[in-house]
Design a protein around this ligand. Structure first.
Ligand code: NAD
Length: 424
């Protein structure tokens, strides 16, 4: 029995958006909430000790009204077990549909997973490859550059993406098919700027929000929770816009640096010592103190469920950009809204990643590759427009940005659905 059901949460968000849009038709609501297809597969793998182990994998295809399904494949073992993972994958595929619609890229929503933790279970490279290729074989009939394009997610990397691409290609008469998957290494048809995409995209949305809120980015004080891919590139991009990072954290603890410090210097320290803690001139603080530091911009860029009602009451920032997925609990949203703090919700703030995945797919399909700046500026155009569109919806319906992004996305998907109608 799991504590909460992520798919029920995703369904509620769709229903809330339908309420705002005045869509009462139960059939339409169900159409928008439910995945089109949920594939559950058994993957037999010959382990190094000669024994056969059966793994369970999923691919949820939520909605393809606006384009092929798109979404990561994760290797993980959530606490709730395999049945929980099925619900989680369904929810994650739904969020991908909305994310792609907000930034107006012609893709739908999908998500995949295998119930395995390659870190704690210490699978060998050979076992990992057999598992990955076994899964690719099982889902090969439903994926493809024009059908469903997976990507990396928790505990999967460019290596797994390459193996999936190669398996798919060999199953299809050796047809060169880089567009079947994104997040590939550059030598395999990956895109420049993918590594910085999520953090850079978050910084672009922050820049747009700052204009609206009249926050001057030059000298603006920034707090980063987490010091990994999403948060460090968000921090570095904001630094380039003139802002100053004054507090950061990682899994070992949080620090405050009242005078501010360059992200590159903190990174150097983390690389040497294994943590941001102990950075010269910093003071160790609690997670709560980090999140409630007086600042202009708070970037939760690590984990889900960080800002609850209690923290929300104490927040002292003007803007929150959710680089991480799900850092704010639903109970905190009304409190934050009342305090007039703007939240750039995760499905918009961290959509730079999917924007550049889309651009990787476009480059693969063209067989022509853009420079870093070309890719980054195309992503900038999509994500800033996404922010402006969501802000307009927020003003029109007098709702917070979280609700506004969902309303915008649901409207866009519904428009495509209505054009096509139902057949057969
Ligand atoms: P990452 O592994 O590179 O970084 C995670 C960071 O969080 C690490 O610095 C880790 O030390 C820190 N952390 C872990 N536990 C912590 C704790 N208790 N307190 C504070 N910090 C802690 O991961 P990432 O790719 O940067 O992903 C971070 C978040 O961003 C996730 O929610 C992820 O889903 C989301 N996201 C990432 C991308 C992407 O392209 N990287 C895209 C969309 C969303």
């Amino acid at each position: 029995m799991v504590k909460h059901d992520p798919f029920a949460n995703a369904t509620k968000q769709v229903n809330d958006a339908c309420d705002i849009l005045g869509i009462s038709d139960k059939g339409i609501r169900e159409y928008l909430a439910m995945p089109n297809k949920m594939l559950r597969v058994k993957i037999p793998v010959k382990m190094d000790n000669g024994k056969i182990r059966i793994f369970t994998g999923f691919r949820s295809q939520h909605n393809n009204d606006r384009g092929p399904y798109k979404g990561g494949i994760r290797y993980f073992n959530p606490e709730g077990g395999v049945e929980y993972m099925e619900r989680e994958v369904m929810a994650l595929s739904s969020w991908m549909t909305w994310k792609c619609a907000i930034v107006d890229i012609p893709l739908g929503g999908g998500k995949g997973a295998i119930y395995v933790n390659p870190k704690t279970e210490k699978l060998s490279d050979g076992e990992m490859e057999r598992l990955t290729r076994g899964f690719a074989y099982k889902i090969s009939e439903i994926i493809g550059p024009e059908k469903d394009i997976p990507a990396p997610d928790v505990y999967t990397t460019g290596r797994e993406m390459t193996q999936i691409m190669d398996t798919f290609s060999k199953l299809n008469g050796n047809k060169y098919s880089p567009g079947v998957i994104t997040g590939k290494p550059i030598s395999m048809g990956g895109s420049l700027a993918r590594n910085v995409a999520t953090g850079l995209g978050a910084a672009y949305t922050i820049r747009e929000a700052a204009k609206t809120l009249k926050i001057k980015l030059k000298g603006a004080k920034v707090v980063l929770q987490g010091f990994g891919n999403a948060s460090t590139f968000a921090g570095e991009s904001l630094e380039k816009m003139g802002s100053i990072v004054i507090a950061v954290s990682d899994s070992k603890g949080s620090i405050s640096i009242p005078k501010g410090a360059k992200v590159s210097k903190i990174l150097e320290h983390k690389q040497k010592t294994g943590s941001v803690v102990g950075f010269p001139g910093s003071k160790k603080i609690s997670t709560e103190e980090l999140l409630t530091t007086k600042c202009d911009i708070l970037v939760p860029g690590a984990l889900e469920n960080q800002i609850d009602a209690k923290i929300a009451e104490k927040l002292q920032c003007k803007l929150i950009a959710e680089a991480a997925n799900g850092p704010t609990l639903p109970e905190a949203d009304p409190i934050i809204y009342k305090k007039k703090i703007m939240v750039i919700p995760d499905i918009l703030a961290n959509s730079g990643g999917v924007c550049i995945s889309y651009l990787e797919w476009v480059q693969n399909n063209m067989g022509y590759y853009w420079t870093f700046d070309e890719v980054a500026s195309k992503m900038e155009a999509n994500i800033t427009k996404g922010f402006k569109d969501a802000l307009a919806v927020s003003k029109k319906h007098k709702v917070d940005m979280r609700k506004a992004t969902m309303v915008l996305a649901v409207e866009r998907v519904l428009e495509a659905f209505n054009q096509k109608g139902i057949w057969p």
